[in-house]
Each structure stands twice: as structure tokens, then as C-alpha cells.
Design a protein around this ligand. Structure first.
Ligand SMILES: [Zn+2]
Length: 159
């Protein structure tokens, strides 16, 4: 199971695409978000696919902060069974800093132990602001630990 050492990885190209989509969908005025799908090995997980919240729930971004209708999750599980991938993290943007809100802590998108939640500050206005990104690992029972910022590597990012 995921320990703090088991970091997720994503290629630079995918990261760039993800940040661009989050920025466009939020339009600088509202939060946006996505599930990150991929496959896990014993030591790490590679993010290879995304499901954006507003693609599975048309009202997901309507309140300014991200909120998913329960039924929308079924569409994520459908995508997982069609692709053989699993949800290994989620990401959403914040208007300001990347600290977890009380709501973020109390309502994990996927309430399983070891799940990783990323928070991108400033509505994802900068692809290169790696230090500003918050990474949180769910320990279960609404307890989280904060992990170090993403690390840049040749093949991509370690989250
Ligand atoms: Zn939040």
C-alpha cells in the first residue's frame, strides 16, 4: 500500500496538459479539478490519464469550489474498468495558497487510506510553480500528512 515514500510520477507532457486544462476550466475565477488515473507498481504509481470533474458532472464547478454529485463517481469507475487503470490521486485548484481547507480534510474525494490529494494554488496559473503545490496523503479517518513539494526529474515529476 502507498507509504509516504511511494511517490507518484507523471511525465512533463502530461503535467503540462493537466495544468493547462485545470487553468482553462477554472477560467481564473473558480476551482477546477480532476481524478488522476494510472497504474501502481510496488514502488510507485504512474499517472497516465485524467478525468476532469466537469466532464462527469456539469455542475461540479458551479459553486466556485469543486463539488461532485455522488453518481458522477460511477463514471470514473466505468473509465477505470474500461482502461484497466485505477484512481491513484485527485487534484484541484485553489484561488490562493495550496493549504487544505477544513472541507478538503473532512471530505476526501476518495476516502481510502493511501489516497493522494494535490492542491494547485492560484487557479493553476503557473505550470512551473512546483513549490507552491500541496501534496496530501490520506491516512484514513480524515487524517492527512503533508508530503514535500513535487520533485523535478528528467522523465517527469515525482508527486
Ligand atoms: Zn480545496
Amino acid at each position: 500500500m502507498a507509504s509516504p515514500d511511494n511517490r507518484l510520477r507523471i511525465s512533463w507532457y502530461k503535467w503540462w496538459r493537466l495544468m493547462r486544462q485545470l487553468r482553462l476550466r477554472g477560467a481564473g475565477i473558480r476551482e477546477s479539478g480532476a481524478f488522476l488515473l494510472g497504474s501502481r507498481t510496488v514502488t510507485c504509481g504512474w499517472v497516465t490519464d485524467f478525468v476532469f470533474y466537469d466532464d462527469i458532472d456539469p455542475y461540479a464547478l458551479a459553486q466556485g469550489h469543486v463539488h461532485l454529485a455522488g453518481a458522477a463517481l460511477n463514471r470514473v469507475w466505468d473509465r477505470c474498468s474500461a482502461t484497466g487503470l485505477e484512481v491513484i490521486a485527485d487534484v484541484h485548484t485553489h484561488p490562493g495558497s495550496s493549504g487544505q481547507s477544513l472541507s478538503d480534510q473532512n471530505h476526501p474525494m476518495i476516502a481510502i487510506r493511501g489516497h493522494t490529494a494535490l492542491i494547485v494554488p492560484n487557479f493553476a496559473s503557473s505550470v512551473l510553480n512546483l513549490r507552491g503545490i500541496g501534496i496530501y496523503r490520506h491516512l484514513g479517518a480524515r487524517k492527512w500528512i503533508s508530503l514535500p513539494s513535487p520533485r523535478a526529474g528528467l522523465r517527469g515529476l515525482k508527486l
